[in-house]
Ligand binder design. Structure first.
Ligand code: EPU
Length: 417
């Protein structure tokens, strides 16, 4: 099991480029199964992408993944050697269900896993697929779907869930009738998936009220396009800049337009930044002040930036409050910050108060999930002494070469295997 050893005193500087978005790349990789061949660029080199590659290879696809370009040839596809057990290693594996159903009329997989940040049911996804005509069953950990979608025009509801919205879009593409998805999630990664599918022939219309209408069409044989850069990585880097820059850092391909709620919040905390094209220059913050954030669906404050922001709050004067409305287990990791002398009050599963400013002290801590792992890494960078962070495989699920990239701007982090 790898460990990161982080030493106090880094003064970050220069510039850094944001890698491709995990949450766009994973559904796009699953979408490639609807095509004979595909080429995706700017795919982040993270362990979740390698997991998808392993599953696709077990299906007989020929996959190459080099220099952030993912190519696939699906001419030899079959279910015979499908590695069902791999599905439980990430939640995003559920994106493979619709293309496999439309190709084979059946699929069985172990219940999708992912970060432990709450209950994370997939009832909405299962109900949506059933409404489209597929049958489902679950025995212990094994989830199975089979049958054909019916041909009627159908309305389904995604309840603003990113996973449900993308699963239902992919399911709709294999149908004859028109599919209307109400209360769809409009996160930037959902838009990236829609844009590339449209370029590959899909007839997808978006309404202002979060309704997506998908009409039956014949898709092209080839899917191609670029994965957007990751606005969550970008926000994480902005916090690193605010807390550790010698003077400032420049974050390129920052997806500034997707970060309005986040930037507005950190500006209120007195983080100073400048925007130029898609480069965000973030200055070392002085005299940070407490704030209140409430996570929300896009374009609200992203739940995935809640944990890194908690570290910023620990360095702000006054009492900050986090209200996490999406996931009921996403604040529990704050006990790790307490081990570093963070002053926290967990009010209930959805609310925490952070008292600042506190001098964090390095010690042995754990990464509980992807985003809180990144948060603990930042805590290590500003804590006195040395921090040993374990369970870092969580971080490597979503942040490409994070240690090397941060070393490149001056961070003092070493990885031990
Ligand atoms: N939900 C249900 N039933 C469902 C699906 C979702 O009750 O069938 C609930 C969830 O439990 C949650 C809420 O709906 O309370 C929102 O969940 P959503 O489906 O939007 O989240 P997700 O698809 O499970 C994706 C990202 C998460 C990110 C959320 C919110 C992927 C692979 N994961 O999760 O990313 O936090 O959207 O934006 O896209 C991360 O990257 O660290 C991460 C956890």
């Amino acid at each position: 099991m790898s460990i990161y050893t982080i030493t106090w005193g880094a003064q970050t500087r220069w510039e850094i480029w944001v890698s491709g978005s995990k949450n766009a790349a994973l559904p796009l990789i699953a979408s490639t199964l609807l095509f004979e061949t595909a080429e995706l660029t700017n795919v982040p080199d993270i362990s979740d992408v390698h997991l998808m590659k392993d599953i696709l290879e077990s299906l007989g696809s020929k996959v190459s993944f080099e220099k952030n370009t993912f190519t696939i040839d699906n001419s030899g596809l079959n279910l015979t050697n499908l590695r069902q057990e791999l599905f439980k290693k990430a939640r995003a594996t559920y994106y493979l269900i619709p293309p496999l159903l439309s190709r084979f009329g059946e699929v069985s997989l172990t219940y999708p896993g992912g970060c432990s940040i709450g209950k994370r049911p997939i009832d909405g996804i299962v109900k949506g697929l059933e409404k489209l005509g597929y049958a489902s069953s679950q025995i212990d950990e094994l989830l199975s779907f089979h049958g054909q979608s019916h041909t009627d025009d159908t309305k389904v509801n995604a309840y603003f869930s990113v996973g449900s919205t993308i699963v239902l879009i992919l399911a709709a593409l294999g149908r004859t009738g028109t599919t209307t998805i109400e209360l769809a999630a409009y996160e930037p990664h959902v838009m990236n998936v829609i844009e590339l599918l449209r370029e590959a022939g899909a007839d997808i219309a978006l309404r202002y009220d979060h309704t997506i209408i998908i009409k039956s069409t014949t898709l092209k044989k080839h899917l191609t396009g670029k994965v957007i850069s990751d606005y969550i990585v970008s926000g994480t880097l902005a916090i690193i800049g605010a807390l550790t820059a010698e003077e400032y850092i420049d974050i390129h391909d920052a997806r500034i337009g997707d970060l309005t709620a986040f930037l507005t919040s950190i500006e209120k905390m007195w983080v100073r930044f400048e925007k130029k094209d898609d480069t965000l220059r973030v200055y070392r913050a002085k005299n940070l002040t407490a704030a209140h954030i409430q996570t929300n669906i896009y374009p609200g404050f992203p739940t995935d930036l809640q944990s890194p922001t908690a570290i910023l709050m620990s360095q702000a004067d006054g009492v900050s409050r986090i209200h996490e409305i999406l996931f009921e287990g996403r604040l529990n990791w704050l006990v790790e910050l307490e081990k570093m002398r963070g002053h926290i009050a967990l009010m209930n599963p959805h609310e925490a108060m952070i008292f600042g400013k506190t001098a964090l002290r390095g010690t042995k801590v754990s990464s509980w999930d992807l985003r809180s792992g990144a948060a603990m890494l930042i805590a290590g960078m500003i804590a006195s002494g040395t921090t040993e962070l374990d369970n870092v495989s969580h971080i490597e699920r979503g942040y490409e070469n994070f240690v090397e990239r941060l070393q490149g701007i001056g961070a003092k982090i070493e990885k031990q295997n």
